[in-house]
Design a protein around this ligand. Structure first.
Ligand code: PFF
Length: 456
């Protein structure tokens, strides 16, 4: 393909960047995963640990990733090439691009289910399966249908490709500016509905009362692992979004706002879901199935549930969409920057490749259900590899790179641009950032990795 040098794209505004990056962060991790892992690990006790992980590891690494992107104005591979040119560090960039592909391959499958559930909600089928077990059976039946499963995976992937196809400002930024406020409004409406149901206080206390007995050593590692996934860290998605920033943007304040929004949405999602689950007398511990088995039943038991069900799955789908867009953008930006491809061609080719690798994940719940590698089906393997190994590994290496290879002298010169006020008024924030990136992040993430590999 022809190598043409066209001017690199930029965000239209700082707010556009914050919404797009918050869109990447806020996804299935917040609405599908966070509520049930918080419920399983001691409610407020877990949330407390999670907030510490976000503050001392998540935020510092996010600042570092965005900084690497803005400094180099490149994709993950190009960024390491520009700053070090060592083969090892360039391969860390490749690891990010690869992780993006792997996450996409299962992310689009769950997102496809969510898209399919909008139609289930519209058809009123939740009312036909309004018992916990009939609802669970209905879900199993749907995901065992190759056409339903693959059909919605493809439809969701095509939506993702559409936004990336139109580019940074006209596709990703514009889409985020519409979808993110919509997502917020729908979630607040659902939370208000949940809080006004009789018996909702049990749901609030389930989530917000600390149950220290349920908090184990592994809960801490789960909290740290989830901090990476939910903030889209460790694979260069935030680096890539940072690379479209202009130099005058304040990385400290925008990263803090992104983390704040991501955490707020996870908490409101938890409230919206558990108030409704408790008020309608459903089992809160369905784990990953909570959203697809339990919630459909919950909706049939509340007034206006037909409409709230449609709204909920619409919300979940747009949350997943703004995240999937960022995953595809990492791959596309690599081919545009490094290989001189045209964006449109890169989107079509790598959307197609994503589809090919999503097929085995999608078929894991039906024809490939018995096909196992290392005891895991393809879907679980992709999830485990990316979320438990590649993201923490990427995050650890990115911190090591900033602190020990690139060096704080150079990093701080870059960081200061757009954030002079913090350097003069609150220098202790800068010192804290350095300590977290240099010591806390590498050591704590190393522990998470050992745990993921079953060594700890
Ligand atoms: N942060 C997303 C979520 O919470 O669902 C998942 C994700 C998106 C992870 C993009 C990594 C990434 F690069």
């Amino acid at each position: 393909m022809a190598k043409t040098k066209i001017a690199r794209e930029n965000w239209g505004s700082k707010f556009g960047f914050i919404l797009a990056a918050a869109g990447s962060a806020i996804g299935l991790g917040n609405i599908w995963k966070f509520p049930y892992i918080a419920g399983e690990n001691g409610g407020a006790a877990f949330i407390f640990v999670y907030l510490i992980c976000i503050a001392i590891i998540g935020l510092p690494v996010l600042i570092g990733e965005v900084l690497l992107g803005r400094t180099t104005q490149r994709n993950p591979v190009g960024a390491f090439k520009k700053l070090s040119n060592s083969k090892f560090w360039i391969s860390v960039g490749f690891l990010g691009v690869l992780a993006g592909f792997i996450i996409l391959s299962f992310y689009v499958v769950i997102a496809g289910w969510s898209l399919g559930y909008i139609f289930e909600a519209i058809n009123g089928s939740f009312y036909k399966f309004n018992q916990a077990y009939t609802s669970a059976n209905h879900f199993t039946m749907l995901i065992q249908s190759v056409t339903w499963n693959l059909g919605f995976t493809i439809a969701f992937l095509l939506l993702t490709m559409l936004f990336v196809y139109f580019g940074v400002q006209k596709g990703i930024e514009k889409g985020s500016k519409i979808m993110m406020p919509l997502l917020f409004i729908i979630l607040v409406v659902l939370a208000i509905k949940g809080l006004t149901l009789d018996g909702s206080e049990k749901g609030v206390s389930f989530l917000l009362n600390p149950n220290w007995k349920l908090l184990h050593g592994t809960s801490i590692l789960i909290a740290l692992g989830h901090a990476f996934f939910t903030l889209s860290l460790g694979m260069g998605a935030m680096l890539t979004y940072g690379s479209y920033l202009k130099k005058d943007s304040n990385i400290f304040s925008s990263s803090t706002q992104i983390v704040f929004l991501d955490t707020l949405i996870a908490l409101i999602a938890g409230i919206a879901i558990f108030t409704a689950v408790f008020a309608t007398g459903q089992n809160p511990s369905a784990g990953p199935g909570l959203i697809f088995h339990t919630l459909p039943v919950v909706f049939t038991k509340m007034s206006g549930g037909y409409y709230f069900a449609i709204l909920f799955f619409f919300l979940l789908t747009i949350a997943a969409l703004t995240s999937a867009i960022s995953l595809l953008e990492v791959v596309v930006s690599y081919f545009v920057d490094e290989k001189g491809w045209k964006r449109h061609n890169a989107v079509i080719v790598f959307g197609g490749v994503t589809f090919l690798i999503a097929v085995p994940s999608s078929l894991s719940s039906n024809v490939l259900a018995d096909f196992h590698i290392f005891g895991l089906n393809f879907f679980d393997l992709a999830d485990f590899l990316a979320s438990n190994i590649m993201l923490p590994l990427g995050g650890m290496l990115i911190s090591i790179f900033i602190a020990w290879v690139w060096g704080f002298d150079k990093a701080l010169v870059e960081l200061k641009q757009g954030a002079e006020n913090i350097f003069t008024d609150k220098p202790y924030i800068i010192s804290a950032w350095k300590i977290f990136v240099k010591y806390f992040a590498p050591v704590l993430i190393f522990l998470v990795l050992l745990n993921s590999l079953g060594i700890l």
